[in-house]
Design a binder for this molecule. Structure first.
Ligand SMILES: NC(=O)c1ccc[n+]([C@@H]2O[C@H](COP(=O)([O-])OP(=O)(O)OC[C@H]3O[C@@H](n4cnc5c(N)ncnc54)[C@H](O)[C@@H]3O)[C@@H](O)[C@H]2O)c1
Ligand SMILES: O=C(O)C(=O)C[C@]1(C(=O)O)C=C[C@@H](O)C=C1
Length: 301
């Protein structure tokens, strides 16, 4: 089923990419975008991927939309849901793209109406860039989108699944709890490590900042890309996925200590064994087509 009218709230990297992709792949006939930033609205109008843009409440758009997707920072989802839900038409679907699910569902739940079904979602696709200019239609192609529905929303989940598949994604269904621990492992803690490592390099008294920039080796450069990700979004992610993040961080510290010990005791066998195991994981990711560092990954052009 094609969505007749789609409303995106938050027309930044992910919201503008959904709007572009929904149009490019014929997954919505009319796409409206609402964003509370005047600069973002001006950019969205200029880029021309939406049929209407509003900086205000957008009651008129909400009343027409069959599907409303919240694409604002995780910490803003509750406020935005509170404002839009009263204006939505009966039977419409509400979704989101927040990088954590448990806290977003808790923030949206108090504002729900019986005749509006909320199916939370998370496209596992992105870049370190933000804003409407950074989006592109192909970003979701061959990437996973996780949906974390409740039992009542089976029909709506199927509609949303078809929508995301139409944008080129594979769809996985899981519980919010499972999502949050899996993503803490594969996305959140890796970002925390990148933020830490880049900070450590800059704080090293024995190496100047100039040298860090000048002699930035490939591995470090990859970390700086991740550590350039949006500060507001990532503050919200860590504060709202605290438990899962802390659980993975504890394991990481233990494993780092074990490798540190192997280096101290010149235990080359432990190091080799560990590095061979991690190289295998990398090969699996590449074989599964999930390596976004491959040139032109997910893009047709
Ligand atoms: N960046 C990624 O790689 C990525 C990937 C998957 C999911 N996500 C999730 O997508 C969401 C958006 O992230 P993004 O990277 O697109 O951020 P972004 O900063 O590029 O875009 C967010 C947009 O929301 C607008 N906004 C903020 N508060 C608002 C409000 N109260 N009302 C209306 N508009 C508001 C901002 O002006 C901005 O244009 C986040 O919840 C994030 O967790 C991000
Ligand atoms: O490729 C990147 O830059 C990303 O960090 C994207 C990434 C990820 O960790 O894979 C970041 C946050 C999301 O919620 C989903 C995707």
């Amino acid at each position: 089923m094609t969505i007749e009218t789609l409303l995106i709230i938050g027309g930044g990297l992910i919201g503008s990419s959904i709007a572009r992709a929904a149009k490019a792949y014929g997954q919505a006939k009319t796409v409206y975008v609402m964003d509370n930033s005047p600069e973002a609205c001006t950019a969205i109008e200029r880029l021309g991927f939406a049929d209407g843009v509003s900086e205000g409440q957008a009651d008129f758009y909400a009343a027409q939309a069959d599907l409303v997707i919240l694409c604002v920072p995780p910490g803003r989802m509750g406020d935005v849901a509170e404002k839009v839900i009263p204006n939505m038409k009966s039977g419409a679907i509400l979704s989101d793209v927040g990088s954590i699910k448990g806290a977003v569902i808790e923030a949206v739940k108090p504002h729900l109406r019986k005749d509006i079904c909320f199916v939370a979602g998370h496209p596992i696709a992105g870049t370190e860039h933000s804003g409407p200019e950074a989006g592109f239609a192909e970003i979701f192609k061959d990437r996973w989108c996780v949906l974390t529905p409740t039992e009542e929303g089976l029909e709506q989940t199927q509609i949303l699944k078809t929508f995301w598949e139409g944008l080129g994604s594979d769809v996985a269904i899981m519980t919010p709890e499972r999502h949050d621990i899996v993503l803490a492992t594969t996305s959140h803690v890796p970002h925390l490590i990148a933020y830490t490592l880049v900070g450590t390099a800059v704080d090293m008294e024995t190496v100047t900042q100039n040298e860090v920039v000048k002699f930035s080796a490939g591995g470090f450069r990859d970390f700086t890309r991740i550590a350039a990700s949006d500060p507001i979004m990532w503050r919200d992610v860590f504060l709202s996925n605290r438990e899962a993040t802390l659980e993975v961080v504890d394991r990481f510290i233990e494993d780092l200590t074990a490798l540190k010990r192997a280096i101290r005791w010149e235990d080359g066998e432990t190091l080799l064994e560990h590095f061979a195991k991690t190289r295998d994981i990398r090969r699996h990711i590449v074989d599964a087509g999930q390596d976004s560092s491959t040139p032109n990954f997910g893009r047709d052009d």
